[in-house]
Ligand binder design. Structure first.
Ligand SMILES: Cc1cc2nc3c(=O)[nH]c(=O)nc-3n(C[C@H](O)[C@H](O)[C@H](O)COP(=O)(O)OP(=O)(O)OC[C@H]3O[C@@H](n4cnc5c(N)ncnc54)[C@H](O)[C@@H]3O)c2cc1C
Length: 388
């Protein structure tokens, strides 16, 4: 056997799995290999918003996120037609915004410095689980391992190989990066670089999601990252255009969407019915599913890594690789519980799409919404199993 564990994909879920293995099962980590099809620092389409839970998980791994270039948003606004509620934390930022090429590269460097073997520019083409191991076919030849972790994202080959017929829930997402100076026009004066915005105005038009506007930086230059997210929960066969509501929101702040390059990528979101493992292969991160309400996936991917590492460590101790208990472990964990809660909330908040309900929700029921967010959406990172 070439390796004990092969991790396919070097985004936050794959790297978190490796970093947690290094903490809880160092012997196993030295016999692990991560295969990444790109070369770091590689581009990944993402707004880069990191919640407190992501920071908690990184801190518990002994990593200092402040080393990564970032912009802090002091508060987050959840609005409907520009009015709504704010989330602010005493004495700390509400959201840290990183660029994924920098964040993932930093995470990979940390994993390598702790002994992980990473092979870049290797594209996995097929995964064949057998009774005594798994064969991983790549554009650079075949590798064999006792087990494989599929951390290859929303469109990953691992999931497609082990669950070729499974139904997939994916959100549509568009993103645009614009220079900061243009947001400081008269109308947008309040949209300065300390605030992150989620505006749910597109919901009555059958877009089950929001337009976002985050501060960001590119090579130290302050910028804004705009985008639109649609879970597709409300979409029938005539899916509404995403470009139009994004253009409308941006134009209110003096931006012309047509002036910027628009990029899109799907996000596979978590549903309790999503499959997570077969004997000798388990999935983490977007390969299982991200948060359905916001498409938040970085903290979630880091959380999946903690759970998967524990599952791997115990499976090797037992010498048994059915991963029969993996689903129960994920669903019963803090990350699974927040995902289930968010899935339930998404199926309440988005189908109740009437304008009056959205105004009631974001502007009138503020204390209830904040309480639900505090209990079910945030604060799950601390409840993950200890790694020491
Ligand atoms: C436009 C957009 C904005 C977003 N904004 C946010 C945000 O602000 N905050 C947030 O928390 N989340 C956000 N997300 C979601 C977040 O990006 C994902 O949830 C997160 O990246 C999931 O991490 P992952 O490790 O599971 O997968 P990925 O980050 O997708 O990593 C998968 C890795 O696998 C590699 N790979 C894929 N196929 C192969 C193969 N065949 N062989 C070898 N390697 C392979 C890829 O190159 C990649 O490095 C956003 C997503 C999008 C699309």
């Amino acid at each position: 056997m070439d390796y004990d564990v092969i991790i396919i994909g070097g985004g936050p879920s794959g790297l978190s799995t490796a970093l947690h293995l290094q903490k809880i099962a160092p012997q196993l980590a030295t016999r692990s290999l991560l295969l990444e099809k790109e070369q770091y620092p590689r581009f990944k389409l993402c707004a880069g918003g990191l919640t407190l839970d992501a920071e908690i998980i990184l801190e518990r791994l002994g990593l200092n996120i402040a080393e990564v270039p970032h912009v802090n948003a002091d508060d987050i606004h959840f609005d409907f037609e520009s009015k709504g509620l704010n989330i602010r934390f005493p004495k700390r930022h509400a959201l840290r915004v990183i660029r994924r090429e920098e964040f993932d590269n930093w995470l990979a460097e940390k994993a390598i410095s702790r002994g992980l073997e990473i092979r870049e520019s290797v594209t996995v083409r097929n995964i064949v689980p057998e009774s005594n191991g798994v064969t991983v076919e790549t554009d650079q030849g075949c590798f064999r391992a006792h087990v494989v972790v599929g951390a290859d994202g929303s469109n990953g080959i691992t999931r497609r190989c082990i669950f070729p017929k499974a139904s997939v829930h994916t959100a549509r997402v568009l993103e645009v990066i614009a220079p900061l100076k243009e947001s400081l026009t008269t109308v947008g004066a309040s949209h300065n670089n300390q605030h992150a915005y989620f505006d749910f105005s597109p919901i009555p038009d059958n877009i089950a999601g929001y337009v976002w506007d985050f501060p960001t930086q590119i090579k130290g230059e302050p910028m804004r990252c705009w985008g639109i997210y649609d879970t597709n929960i409300l979409a029938d066969e005539k899916r509404p255009q995403l470009k139009e509501p994004l253009a409308k929101e941006m134009s209110r702040f003096g931006f012309d969407l047509d002036q910027y390059e628009i990029k899109g990528h799907p996000i596979r979101w978590f549903s309790p019915e999503n499959q997570m493992s077969v004997p000798r292969v388990l999935l983490v991160g977007d390969a299982v599913g991200a948060d359905p309400i916001f498409g938040e996936g970085i903290s979630i991917a880091l959380g999946y890594g903690a759970i998967a590492a524990r599952e791997l460590s115990e499976s090797f101790q037992r010498g048994e690789f059915s991963f029969r208990r993996y689903r129960r472990r994920v669903v019963g964990s803090a990350v699974g519980q927040t995902l289930i809660a968010r899935w339930v909330i998404a199926f309440i908040v988005y189908p109740l799409k009437w304008r009056w309900f959205q105004i009631l929700l974001w502007r009138v029921l503020k204390p209830i919404v904040l309480l639900i967010a505090w209990v079910f959406v945030l604060n799950w990172g601390r409840r993950l199993p200890q790694i020491y």
